[in-house]
Design a protein around this ligand. Structure first.
Ligand code: 1YM
Length: 652
């Protein structure tokens, strides 16, 4: 049903009816335009408007972009650019009205300039309008202030108000309220917005970005005069660096290329983030391939010329050359060669980019290596070390396979794992429990039909700071790998997983948080698929027990505690210091029983970013770990009741 009713403020012309049909199409199938209508979708709206600001920045007309999150999840985005033209478009419709209500309001797009790859190619503003309760645009331009408001998904178009601007400012501000009837949530996440702004400031030297959150009085400003060099320093913060960042920049075949590289010691990982026209390419693509090829070629050539590699030696492997690398690749390509691939369009497909980055980076890196012999030798040695260690790890892996065969016989009898009665990977749950005493309560309290308990003794080994060959010798780790059944690394196979849920159950204190993060680190590095498949959970034991005359209640937060005792006259509060203080039946009722417990599903939104952070935070500082969990792992409360389990209960 197209909304073609007359509004009080405007009579629709047939052209405008066409327009509204366009916006109506967006409302009917929002997913086609913004991907989804969940939290991701709501942020997509913000990025669409922000992209218009960034375009203006890239065209060199703006250098300041601001996001303001207002109460009621209203969002305002502004830039200090030229301002959207306020002249009349065709048939007497002002240009801003065209921009915000025509699905294909292009016009300004010649393809020879750099444009952000927002994906919607300039229809963003109208899509945001279509999915908003209301939207208001304010433009400062030509000594005037132009404001125009749209309501009900752009179907109500108010007349613009035009006043003179004594200050003769310039810029565009868009304020909107996403339509709650379209989105499953309209909550705007501060962290995501600030991260995006920060990223833009890193990628565009001299761009000042600013965020205000009026809901909790937060404010941050980002401005980096050294651009991606500061970004790479941020990536390597807290790690041992092998050298000062290497920075290369320049234009090749009309493609502007910037790279910043800094190797760190003992990380056993590569962190490469790539961007095209300031949009993150999560799945890499031709520019990343070009970069890697260039790196491999240049290092090998250097090693040969310097006779570090003898004639009979094989070439250094790319993966070894990249061991410990932290790199940013940011390229800007003209719109006409911009081409994305993959499901989420997160991969650059343009062949021109591979060629240009390969040629350009090869030349610059070779120059750098020959000019900086000391660093060059350090990096070549680093690659050789990686090669040796990889060989050793391969052998260790074979060893694990052997261990596995041995373990089959005595694992169940060595008293560690209390297995489930039935073998049903679709419903079975594995509880990884901190300490033997809690392990004991858990064993007693569990439903042995489908809940297995694996007590973990002592501290879990830190997978980030331990080489894989060492790690795999650790008995707790071996037992865990064997029990879960999926294998690790490139052998990982989710179909072999023995459990539907792997639940980390620790005390609700700092030590517990530490164990959680150590386990998550291990899963993240060696069994990523478990997290991706949403199989990893964190149990939530209560913090308080409230006993009153005739009942016992529990509270998980201080607020909950207050709420509960408010209604009671006489009561006693016990603060649980650990799982061990709970009786087995209390543990079952509060933390293990699928019908009454709360589980948190571990879901890492952004793997590359988390990857990056995990290296930083698994250093020696304890406190940031807790923050890491809070910021990078999204804690979705899982449904308390699982259908599959319900069926089992009925069978009982
Ligand atoms: C808060 C959002 O939209 N800024 C913005 C948009 C435009 C311009 C400047 C602009 C572009 C051009 C010329 C051009 C847009 N203009 C249009 C259109 N911020 C925000 N800042 N003059 C001003 O590209 O030629 C669409 S977006 F089509 F009207 F030119």
């Amino acid at each position: 049903m197209a909304k073609t009713t007359k509004s009080k403020t405007n009579e629709y012309t047939s052209d405008e009816i066409q327009v509204l049909k366009g916006l109506e199409a967006v409302r009917k199938r929002p997913g086609m335009y913004i991907g989804s209508t969940d939290s991701r979708g709501i942020h997509h709206l913000v990025w669409e408007i922000m992209d218009n600001c960034i375009d203006e920045v890239l065209s060199d007309f703006a250098n300041h972009v601001t996001i303001r999150i207002k109460k009621g999840n209203i969002i305002e985005v502004s830039d200090n650019g030229r301002g959207i033209p306020i002249t009349m478009h065709k048939e007497g419709v002002p240009t801003p009205q065209v921009v915000f209500s025509m699905l294909h309001a292009g016009g300004k797009f010649d393809n020879t300039t750099y444009k952000v790859a927002g994906g919607l190619h300039g229809v963003g503003a109208s899509v945001v309008n279509a999915l908003s309760d209301w939207l208001e645009v304010t433009i400062h331009r030509d000594g005037k202030i132009y404001t125009q408001k749209f309501e009900n998904g752009g179907s109500t178009i108010h007349r613009p108000k035009i006043t003179t601007d004594p200050k003769k400012l310039h810029g565009t501000t868009v304020c909107f309220k996403p339509d709650p009837s379209i989105f499953s949530t309209t909550y705007i996440d501060y962290k995501q917005c600030s991260q995006r702004l920060k990223e833009s400031s890193y990628l565009i030297k001299g761009l000042k970005t600013e965020i205000f959150d009026e809901r909790n009085d937060l404010h941050e400003v980002f401005e980096y005069s050294n651009g991606i060099v500061e970004y790479v320093k941020d990536m390597t913060a807290g790690k041992e660096k092998l050298h000062e960042p290497i920075f290369i920049s320049g234009t090749y075949n009309n493609i502007y290329i910037e790279c910043a590289i800094q190797y760190t010691a003992k990380t056993y990982s590569e962190n490469i983030l790539s961007f095209v026209n300031n949009i993150r390419t999560r799945d890499g693509g031709t520019h990343e391939t070009g970069f890697k090829t260039a790196l491999t070629k240049s290092f090998n050539e250097y090693a040969r010329v310097k006779k570090i590699l003898k004639d009979k030696d094989p070439n250094l492997d790319g993966a070894d050359i990249r061991d410990g690398i932290n790199a940013l690749i940011s390229i800007r390509v003209p719109e006409d060669v911009l081409q994305f691939e993959g499901q989420t369009k997160g991969k650059l497909g343009s062949a021109e980019a591979k060629f240009a980055v390969d040629q350009f980076v090869s030349e610059k890196i070779k120059f750098y290596l020959f000019e900086n012999g000391e660093v060059a030798n350090l990096l070549i040695n680093n690659a050789l070390r990686s090669f040796r260690e990889r060989e050793a790890a391969r052998k260790a892996k074979e060893q694990v396979r052997e261990v596995k065969a041995i373990k089959t016989k005595n694992l169940n009898t060595n008293g560690k794992l209390s297995p489930t009665q039935e073998k049903n990977p679709k419903i079975n749950e594995l509880f990884l429990v901190e300490g033997d005493s809690a392990g004991g309560s858990a064993k007693q309290g569990r439903d042995r039909l489908f809940q297995a308990i694996l007590p973990l003794r002592g501290k879990v080994i830190n997978a980030e700071k331990t080489r894989s060959e060492e790690l795999l010798k650790n008995e707790e780790i071996q037992t865990m790998i064997y029990t879960i059944g999926t294998g690790i690394g490139s052998d990982f196979n989710i179909n072999k997983c023995n459990y539907n849920k792997i639940i980390i159950m620790t005390d609700a204190d700092t030590d517990g948080a530490h164990i959680q993060i150590l386990l998550l680190t291990f899963f993240f590095r060696y069994m990523t698929g478990l997290i991706e498949e949403g199989r990893v959970f964190i149990a939530m034991p209560p913090l308080y027990k409230i006993s009153s005359k005739n009942k016992v209640e529990y509270a998980w937060t201080d607020e909950e505690l207050k709420e509960k005792i408010d209604n009671l006259k006489q009561y006693e509060i016990q603060r649980y210091k650990g799982l061990g203080e709970m009786n087995y039946d209390q543990l079952w009722e509060t933390t293990m029983n699928p019908q009454t417990r709360t589980l948190i599903k571990v879901n890492i939104e952004d793997f590359a970013d988390a990857d990056n952070r995990i290296s930083v935070l698994m250093g020696d500082n304890v406190e940031p770990r807790r923050n890491w969990i809070e910021n990078n792992v999204s804690f979705d409360n899982e449904d308390n009741f699982d259908l599959a389990i319900a069926e089992v209960d009925e069978d009982e």
